[in-house]
Design a protein around this ligand. Structure first.
Ligand SMILES: N[C@@H](CCC(=O)N[C@@H](CS)C(=O)NCC(=O)O)C(=O)O
Length: 196
């Protein structure tokens, strides 16, 4: 299997962290958003990363579809079986992905429009969603004392992106969220080592 990713993409980072943690054998293929490989466009008309090319099977686009496939492949190692816990994890992943989506809207507005055409109310609208989402997460920081799940990887990918693009801004007034990556890294270290 080949996982096509682009380094700055949080959705790609989520899948890469999960696949490495689970120890699934994939070839990681680094590509650029500005020059998507024909393999990507040929399989996914949206031309978005990440994309999973599977031998003799339908290719999979969209990080959630890919995560769910990894879960099936590992007999449920990525999402809890308990329905209540599963709903919590699904909600966490959806929220983190939604915040990431808004961050992408902001990035693309600034990157692809000429400076004089950047529409500030659009940026503000998405930043309100980002801020509200992060405030919610600050009050509902996920536990990291058990098994890692899809929600953890989505949050880790989101925070990593925030660190790069909004360092010193996103974490103001959100100490629990700011401290979370440390606990996450420890859990990745222990659990991945334990699985090895
Ligand atoms: N819902 C999709 C979103 C994927 C997405 O937006 N990927 C971005 C990179 S983070 C991308 O490839 N953008 C290029 C484009 O839209 O042309 C997922 O979860 O995979």
């Amino acid at each position: 299997m080949r996982l096509l990713y682009t380094p700055a993409s949080p959705f790609s980072a989520k899948c890469l962290m999960a696949v490495r943690h689970l120890g699934i054998a994939v070839t990681e293929v680094n590509a650029a958003v500005s020059a998507p490989p024909p393999e990507l466009i040929g399989s996914n008309p949206l031309g978005r990363f990440p994309m999973l090319i599977r031998d003799g099977e339908l290719p999979l686009c969209d990080s959630v579809a890919i995560m769910h496939f990894f879960d099936r492949l590992t007999d449920g190692q990525l999402y809890p079986r308990n329905p209540k816990k599963r709903a919590e994890v699904d909600m966490l992943e959806a929220l983190c992905d939604g915040i990431t989506d808004s961050l992408m809207q902001i990035t693309y507005e600034q990157r692809f429009r000429p400076e004089e055409k950047v529409y500030q109310p659009w940026l503000d609208r998405h930043w309100v969603k980002v801020a509200r989402g992060l405030d919610f997460l600050e009050c509902h920081v996920p536990r990291t004392d058990k098994k890692l799940n899809g929600g953890h990887f989505a949050l880790a990918a989101l925070i990593a992106y925030l660190h790069v693009r909004y360092a010193g801004r996103w974490d103001v007034g959100r100490p629990r969220l700011a401290a979370w990556p440390r606990a996450f890294s420890q859990l990745v270290h222990t659990r991945t080592k334990a699985a090895a």
